[in-house]
Design a protein around this ligand. Structure first.
Ligand SMILES: NC(=O)c1ccc[n+]([C@@H]2O[C@H](COP(=O)([O-])OP(=O)(O)OC[C@H]3O[C@@H](n4cnc5c(N)ncnc54)[C@H](OP(=O)(O)O)[C@@H]3O)[C@@H](O)[C@H]2O)c1
Length: 341
């Protein structure tokens, strides 16, 4: 069997790749040399919030730092880089993939699969969506901290990999309208900048009503724009997407009852935007809140709440504050919303 390639060995790439390799799928990871050295020593250990644990020994996967290094003949590539690196990933893969290769973007944001399809016109590029949070805990250990099932654009080509994902316990849910799925994921991801600015674990943040209200403001603004643009949302968690801001705004005691599943997160899990700031890397803010601002502009409208979150993350990228209390953040976002003409 030809190896399945994971381009972008990070939290998501190593989690999915590690689970697939541990269950017997041939996997070839492309990632940075430093991580390769860690995996040489430890293999890939994966675990989830339900207590599951898996281990892919070093002889169960291959690892290279670029596509010129022993790249295998392959039928399937999963792209798991951050959005800023998508164009570069597409350019690197263009020279080495055979016509008809199935390429799936397992990334946040709305347009990564389009960027890949432009670079790889000879491949079948599909959109995927990862609903759960994964944290790199070091020493080759990648932990899924929240629930959810991988979603992928409906296509006959998925039959090529369905059995391997089933065997790994990562069943792929096919969806006919990935635009709706990606917008709905983006609405959940509006919490990423809030979590990064709060500087505390997701569970602690979401347990506090003021942070949830700040998130609800950004979501309400986005949902209004989607309605005006006639863009549908999909139900990707227990609640329909348009209900989210209402559910988030209830008092803490009620949220503990109603939002129990949203709080079913590991106590230490944080957003990947927090991780990016922590490591001094560029965040995905332009591909999350930036999409809301661009949608507003296309409708001749404004998105002041999302614009303010972009500004605060830009400041944090330059060393600015990352210890906002919920009340402070809520006040700044409310002020931005009311100041907009
Ligand atoms: N982490 C989560 O919980 C989570 C959940 C759902 C969705 N997502 C989405 O999934 C995508 C991947 O996220 P992630 O958290 O897994 O990112 P990540 O941990 O940063 O992993 C991506 C890895 O790919 C490497 N890389 C980038 N370009 C490369 C190249 N040309 N050659 C070799 N390696 C390269 C990066 O290295 P450098 O950092 O050095 O560039 C990084 O180590 C993002 O769109 C994210 O929003 C993440």
């Amino acid at each position: 069997m030809k190896p399945l390639v994971i381009f972008g060995a990070g939290s998501i790439g190593c989690y999915i790749g590690g689970r697939l390799a541990a269950s017997g799928t041939a996997v070839h990871l492309v990632g940075r040399p430093a991580l390769g050295e860690t995996l040489d020593e430890h293999g890939i250990q994966t675990s989830d919030h339900l207590g599951g644990r898996w281990h892919a020994r070093r002889d169960q996967f291959r690892y290279a730092s670029d596509v010129s290094d022993d790249f295998p003949a392959t039928d399937v590539v999963l792209v798991c880089v951050k959005s800023a690196a998508t164009a570069e990933a597409g350019a690197a893969l263009a020279d080495v993939l055979a016509p008809g290769t199935l390429v799936i973007s397992f990334q946040n944001g709305l347009h990564n699969a389009e960027v890949l399809a432009q670079a790889l016109p000879h491949c079948e590029v599909l959109t995927g969506m990862v609903p759960f949070n994964v944290v790199n805990q070091g020493q080759g250990h990648f932990h899924q901290g929240s629930q959810g099932q991988l979603e992928v654009q409906q296509a006959t080509a998925i039959a090529r990999i369905g059995a391997a994902f089933d065997a790994a316990g990562l069943t792929l849910q096919q969806h006919p309208d990935m635009a709706a799925v990606l917008w709905s994921k983006l609405i959940l991801n509006l919490n990423n900048p809030i979590n990064a600015l709060a500087g505390i674990p997701l569970k602690t943040e979401l347990s506090q009503r003021s942070y949830r209200r700040a998130l609800a403001l950004a979501q309400i603004e986005t949902l209004r724009l989607l309605e005006q643009a006639n863009i549908a949302t999909a139900k990707i968690i227990a609640l329909p997407t348009p209900w989210l801001p209402h559910a988030l705004s209830v008092p803490d005691w009620l949220f503990r009852i109603l939002g129990g599943k949203m709080l079913a997160i590991d106590p230490q899990a944080r957003s990947s935007m927090w991780e990016d700031l922590e490591r001094g890397r560029r965040t995905e803010i332009d591909w999350i809140n930036g999409e809301v601002v661009r949608l507003a502009e296309s409708l001749g409208q404004q998105a002041p709440v999302n614009r303010m979150l972009i500004q605060l993350i830009r400041e944090a990228e330059q060393g600015g504050r990352r210890d906002w209390s919920g009340d402070e953040l809520l006040a700044v976002l409310r002020c931005a919303a009311t100041a907009a003409p």
